[in-house]
Design a protein around this ligand. Structure first.
Ligand SMILES: *[C@@H]1O[C@H](CO)[C@@H](O)[C@H](O)[C@H]1NC(C)=O
Ligand SMILES: *[C@@H]1O[C@H](CO)[C@@H](O)[C@H](O)[C@H]1NC(C)=O
Ligand SMILES: *[C@@H]1O[C@H](CO)[C@@H](O)[C@H](O)[C@H]1NC(C)=O
Ligand SMILES: *[C@@H]1O[C@H](CO)[C@@H](O)[C@H](O)[C@H]1NC(C)=O
Ligand SMILES: *[C@@H]1O[C@H](CO)[C@@H](O)[C@H](O)[C@H]1NC(C)=O
Ligand SMILES: *[C@@H]1O[C@H](CO)[C@@H](O)[C@H](O)[C@H]1NC(C)=O
Ligand SMILES: *[C@@H]1O[C@H](CO)[C@@H](O)[C@H](O)[C@H]1NC(C)=O
Ligand SMILES: *[C@@H]1O[C@H](CO)[C@@H](O)[C@H](O)[C@H]1NC(C)=O
Ligand SMILES: *[C@@H]1O[C@H](CO)[C@@H](O)[C@H](O)[C@H]1NC(C)=O
Length: 327
């Protein structure tokens, strides 16, 4: 009995290993196409690989191998930014068996992580992050940053922009930012993001937790004090005078709090605001700097408009920045 079972297992295993290998291809960093056929395990024969877009077929230039069996191929191609819109054909052959497959690579682009992420404490009192990525005019990015190792906040950076600004940072806090990218909508959006870049860090290394929470609660204390003050005034003023009570600027308060607390407004927060740091500074001109939308509340159209604003604003600021640097 056991020998029969073993024989059966052996046969089943043999049948599975005879399955045609599934070839999976990705456009890596718009430089080469990486195909692999070892998803179901290392094949037991040594396939040779041949590929073509329309007529320009070529044998594999660089094989990837495992246990001296070919399991993948790296084919360099020029102009993959446009060529990937055509169908891509692959052929695996061994002896007189061949397996051909047609691939749609348009959305199967995988960029390398952005490089050279640097941070500059600008003379405009903003914190500027710069990076480099390939095919600038086709690539969109996403940054994530955190202050004092708290939760990550993410923000989309529109196509063509390779910088991000945090308004009025507090030098007693620690800022950490990373960026990732992919081919954007206007160039045939890719499915997958690159991995996160190396982080860039600015500011103090050590900040005690108590300091953080005190400064985080400060705006709330202001609000509570204001409410109490209003109540007092209402109690002591005669009714007719109520109309001239100065109303505090609630939007200013909520802006200040947004950076620190998860303060939820019922309405969609259409207003733009810069990423105000721990310091409770007035950010009246901060809206030109960077834009963060509350994605849970906002519709897609608002996010898109804001992204456009961001790129123009960032463009304007960049020319100022360059002038200041060149001085
Ligand atoms: C190609 O793809 C294989 C399998 O996905 C991976 O192990 C390898 O690192 C990739 N090589 C390059 C150069 O992208
Ligand atoms: C690919 O390799 C085969 C066998 O080595 C050869 O006959 C063929 O001409 C090559 N094709 C191209 C396009 O280089
Ligand atoms: C498979 O082919 C590669 C080159 O295409 C060769 O280097 C390798 O030795 C071959 N492996 C076997 C087991 O034949
Ligand atoms: C495949 O090649 C073998 C010898 O290499 C030959 O005996 C067999 O007839 C061929 N099969 C086909 C379908 O051509
Ligand atoms: C990244 O920085 C290094 C060293 O600063 C520089 O040599 C390289 O050219 C930079 N890469 C890009 C794409 O700018
Ligand atoms: C950042 O730059 C501003 C203006 O140039 C300067 O006042 C401030 O001290 C700098 N902060 C740090 C931590 O370098
Ligand atoms: C790298 O990025 C910086 C800042 O965005 C830019 O000035 C520079 O031209 C970029 N370098 C390359 C090689 O794209
Ligand atoms: C692309 O993304 C999908 C879904 O997140 C993931 O399963 C897959 O491994 C990714 N492919 C590559 C080559 O990173
Ligand atoms: C952080 O704290 C350590 C010891 O507590 C100290 O040696 C270091 O200088 C501090 N770094 C900064 C940037 O304050």
């Amino acid at each position: 009995m056991p020998t029969r079972l073993l024989l059966l297992l052996f046969l089943v295993g043999h049948v599975f290993s005879k399955e045609p290998p599934d070839v999976d291809c990705w456009v890596i960093h718009l430089k080469h196409i990486n195909c692999s056929w070892n998803k179901q395990g290392t094949p037991d024969v040594n396939y040779t690989f041949y590929s073509w877009f329309q007529s320009d077929g070529k044998n594999c230039t660089t094989y990837v191998s495992e246990n001296s069996k070919n399991t993948g191929c790296i084919q360099p191609y020029d102009e993959l930014i446009t060529r990937r819109f055509h169908t891509f054909q692959t052929r695996l052959s061994h002896g007189n068996t061949t397996f051909e497959k047609t691939h749609q690579l348009k959305q199967k682009v995988l960029l390398d992580a952005p490089i050279n992420l640097t941070v500059k404490n600008g003379s405009d009192y903003n914190l500027w992050f710069y990076w480099n990525q390939t095919a600038v005019h086709c690539v969109e990015s996403e940054v994530r940053f955190r202050v004092n190792d708290k939760n990550w906040e993410t923000s989309l950076v529109s196509i063509g922009t390779q910088k991000y600004c945090i308004n009025l940072p507090s030098s007693s806090s620690r800022y950490e930012l990373q960026v990732k990218s992919r081919v954007g909508k206007n160039c045939g959006e890719s499915f997958n993001w690159s991995s996160w870049s190396e982080p860039a860090v600015w500011g103090s290394n050590n900040i005690t937790d108590t300091n953080v929470s005190v400064s985080a609660w400060t705006p709330l204390l202001y609000v509570v004090a204001a409410v109490i003050l209003i109540l007092f005034i209402m109690m002591f003023l005669p009714n007719e005078r109520l109309r001239i009570i100065p109303i505090p600027d609630w939007r200013q308060f909520s802006k200040g709090m947004k950076g620190n607390l998860s303060y939820n407004e019922q309405a969609c927060p259409v207003q733009e605001y810069c990423n105000v740091s721990e310091s409770d500074s007035d950010s009246s001109d901060g809206s030109t700097c960077s834009v963060t939308t509350d994605q849970t509340d906002c519709s897609v159209s608002i996010a898109v408009t804001n992204a456009d604003d961001l790129s123009t604003a960032a463009g304007l600021l960049s020319s100022q920045e360059e002038e200041q640097v060149s001085e």
